[in-house]
Ligand binder design. Sequence first.
Ligand SMILES: [Fe+2]
Length: 251
Amino acid sequence: MFFRTKRTTMLRVNLPSGIDLHCHLLPEADDGARHISDSLEIIRFMKLQGLRGAVCTPHISSTYPHNTRYSLRTGFNTLLQAARVDGLDITELTAAEAEAPAESFGLYLAAEYMLDRTFLKHLAAPKQLLAIPEPLVNQTSEFSARRYLLIELPQYLLPDNWRDMLDSVLSIGFIPLLAHPERYHALLTESELLELHENGIHFQGNLGSLTGLYGKEAQYLALSFKNRGLYNAWGTDTHSADMLRRIAAQL
Ligand SMILES: [Fe+2]
């Protein structure tokens, strides 16, 4: 009898659940993977690194008006099918699969919502929101109906009503999961970001921030938030296999 050993890599070690909770591997949806072959290259590398799944988080914003729940679902199904044809053992992760078997690779479809002028329109149709179920975020196998909405802030200028928009997420029953808060140092001070966390905004960190991929300020904040135990989700935010290889090599 032989035992399958789980590969331990720095990427795997730094993603405690074995699931990349933020990546742009869905093809032809945004500025991430362009073709299905790019997506498959990312998945193969993730598997090689010992990951057991990824949550696809394509951008939903005014820059990508064609991205809807329906169009992204269609692209996601096409990707699942292409991966299987290519011989990859891929399953669709479900909310109850925090303890999914390590042999196959699981994908889940969510999205990364930009806090822009289109955001409230999306909130007005909560059933259409592509959110992340709590067990995938918190590695719990207990039943939970709680869902996280991955939200990013604009790079340079916040809309006037941005705090109200975050409050609206909470009021319709979703947990706001702020994507890479460490990268917003041009918009908000460290204490303003800490205040957000105190007010129920959860944090998702980018692994690349820890190694300086986004500059010294983002690295400082990432280490500060990590040392305070403020992140409850991690992701690569990878847009390509090359980017993912670079992140993995620097960890
Ligand atoms: Fe992203």
